[in-house]
Design a protein around this ligand. Structure first.
Ligand SMILES: Cc1cc2nc3c(=O)[nH]c(=O)nc-3n(C[C@H](O)[C@H](O)[C@H](O)COP(=O)(O)O)c2cc1C
Length: 215
């Protein structure tokens, strides 16, 4: 990743809202395909969640159940027994990257093996970590879009809530105007009916616009 800490201060939250399927008010045009596909197909965006173990080795898990819960907050349901959960509680920070079709095998691997049993699962997946400049957590080099978060709370229902402090994106997934291009990102979703990972289909409409025809 050439510039992992590229900061999109004006668009970071809007990009995130779009990528996670949140129907906000500042969604850039280039992410509407993804947004629309999520809504139309009732799919869960799929995330890789990262945190380091006590010895400093990076760790990651797969998390499908989550999304944006406030303007600059991300909420995800994660089990207390996961090594990642313990690491997040210890470090008070984590990062969330979009899983991509290109890295589907590695992304699934970190979701079926625990660092409680295989401490070096991160490197076995073929992933490499770089340090976040914004939070005390690593960024996975191979996945091109990452949300960096400070832990706000982990409640009794297993909901982990983080404050989004930065969004980093690799230049390879940006369009000519510097915004994340959903087609270049090529994120995958988890289809819980068939347990399949799916990419997104074609654009079928224009958010915050099509509905005006019958308003
Ligand atoms: C497709 C998929 C989605 C998953 N979603 C979640 C989730 O939303 N929450 C959760 O707690 N675990 C989820 N898991 C399970 C964890 O990723 C898995 O238990 C992982 O091995 C935990 O790793 P760790 O103990 O090293 O943190 C999911 C796994 C897969 C394959």
């Amino acid at each position: 990743m050439a510039d992992t800490q590229k900061k999109y201060s004006d668009t970071a939250i809007a990009l995130l809202k779009a990528d996670l399927g949140f129907f906000g008010t500042q969604i850039p045009n280039d992410l509407e395909t993804y947004l629309q596909a999520l809504a139309e197909n009732n799919l869960q965006p799929r995330f890789e969640r990262f945190m380091t173990n006590e010895d400093g080795t990076p760790n990651a898990m797969n998390a499908a159940w989550g999304g944006i819960s406030e303007f600059a907050e991300i909420s995800m349901c994660i089990s207390p027994g996961h090594k990642t959960t313990k690491n997040i509680l210890a470090r008070k920070a984590f990062t969330v990257s979009m899983a991509t079709a290109q890295h589907v095998t590695a992304c699934d691997y970190v979701g079926i093996v625990s660092a409680n049993d295989v401490p070096d699962k991160f490197s076995r997946a073929g992933f490499h970590a770089v340090k976040s400049e914004f939070v005390n957590a690593p960024i996975i080099e191979e996945l091109p879009m990452t949300v960096e978060c400070k832990l706000l709370k982990f409640n009794e229902d297993g909901i982990c809530i983080g404050e989004i402090v930065n969004v980093s994106a690799d230049e390879s997934i940006l369009d000519e105007s510097g915004k994340v291009d959903a087609k270049k990102l090529n994120p995958i979703c988890y289809d819980s009916v068939t347990h399949a990972y799916r990419t997104l289909g074609e654009k079928v409409g224009q958010a915050f616009s099509d509905g005006k025809k019958i308003r």
